[in-house]
Design a protein around this ligand. Structure first.
Ligand code: FEO
Length: 396
């Protein structure tokens, strides 16, 4: 069987998942995802992370195809989320002498998810593990994106096994390394993976980037997506930008509309933004587009304008769900605009203002609200809202 190698004695053992619709049962993965595990063969043999449990049989088969009946000595656990630890129990059963390598928090999760491990090797920052001529060094990167997350640095080939950090949605369709694929395809999927999964922890990601900066890294092998070896800056610079909330001049407009009146307000605002010279404008119907994509664009663009019709005197439910996700992710450094529509007593705009108070983004203009169909006075207020947003963005 064809083997993919990162170095003479280091193998890629990943699997492509094209069946799962929702990653973490939340986030759409129309292009699938890969679960990447790695095998280091030396005087001692080590696995770095495992794979999702559906692949257990093939996973063990691929390990045996490389090492035959030799035993795996160590399982390095950079991250305990079950998409990577899913095969842990099977590996422990298959290789009963195996030693689990992790930090104090790792073993707490191993115990709560699976079982008390027989053999452990507890590591912390700068701890090392020698496998023969191969030496691993460990650094914790807490909350990128779980408490126990750490990375393992292989000193000979200068490979960073980075866990979820620098990972991507999207299966590896033949090409595994960044120089074997068209990165244009992964551009959105790398960012969506970051914003959906890691984005809540931007300050922690910044701390991790600083902590890893002294390492001389030639290759980054994450637990999802391509292995980076030809242009590490491609992914490093993007992670640095996104995790520092460095947004571009642009506006995301999201609306919830039952019969089109709130949508008409969104269209008027979008057109005026364009007239004022804003080129990056994305308009989304909250009932149609999954928050995964909207959150992604909110991380990308500085302006956010949200509109809701009233629904039973409250927010339109799909807008409410989106706003709850935004509050959860809490991206910073945005300008905010608010608009809405009602038929009876309102409820949309009133509750959008509650969101504004909580998220603490700068409100660029008073909220705009219409009763029933969009009429001239309110249309002009929509234009005023767009002008205020455009001026904020253009004057930066
Ligand atoms: Fe890919 Fe956080 O697991």
């Amino acid at each position: 069987m064809h083997q993919v190698k990162l170095a003479e004695n280091i193998y890629y053992l990943g699997f492509n998942d094209r069946r799962t619709h929702l990653f973490e049962n939340i986030w759409p993965i129309p292009y699938g995802i890969s679960y990447n595990s790695y095998l280091i063969v030396d005087e001692k043999i080590a696995l770095v992370d495992t794979v999702e449990r559906q692949f257990i049989d093939d996973y063990i088969g691929r390990i045996e195809a490389i090492i035959g009946n030799r035993q795996v000595d160590y399982l390095v656990i950079n991250h305990m989320e079950p998409d990577h630890s899913g095969a842990l129990k099977a590996i422990m059963a298959h290789y009963p002498g195996i030693t689990l390598v992790g930090n104090k928090k790792t073993f707490g999760f191993v115990e709560s998810f699976y079982a008390t491990p027989a053999n452990i090797y507890e590591v912390n920052d700068n701890s090392t593990l020698s496998l023969g001529k191969t030496k691993l060094q460990f650094q914790t990167i807490p909350m990128v994106h779980w408490p126990e997350t750490m990375v393992s640095y292989e000193e000979t080939n200068k490979i960073l096994f980075s866990g979820d950090a620098f990972g991507s949605y999207g299966t590896l369709d033949g090409g595994v390394f960044d120089d074997e694929i068209n990165l244009g395809f992964y551009e959105v999927e790398v960012m969506r993976y970051f914003t959906n999964i890691v984005g809540k922890y931007c300050p922690h990601t910044q701390r991790a980037i600083s902590k890893l900066a002294p390492l001389d890294i030639k290759m980054i092998a994450a637990t999802h997506g391509p292995i980076w070896r030809s242009d590490l800056n491609w992914v490093l610079s993007r992670y640095n930008k996104w995790s520092s909330y460095d947004t571009e001049k642009g506006v995301v407009i999201v609306y919830g509309s039952m019969y089109g009146n709130t949508q008409k307000m969104a269209e008027a605002i979008a057109r005026q933004l364009s007239v004022r010279g804003i080129k990056n404008i994305r308009v989304y119907d909250a009932s149609k587009t999954h928050s995964s994509y909207i959150i992604n664009d909110i991380f990308k663009y500085k302006g956010f304008i949200v509109g809701s019709c009233a629904y039973n005197n409250a927010l339109f439910p799909n807008v409410e769900t989106l706003l709850s996700t935004i509050e959860h992710m809490a991206p910073k450094n945005h300008y905010l605009g608010i608009f809405g529509n009602f038929s009876w007593n309102g409820g949309g705009v009133k509750n959008l203002m509650v969101f504004a108070e909580k998220i603490k983004w700068e409100l660029v203009a008073p909220p705009v609200e219409e009763k029933g169909s969009l009429k001239e006075a309110c249309y002009n207020e929509c234009i005023g809202l767009a002008d205020a947003m455009a001026e904020k963005l253009l004057n930066e």
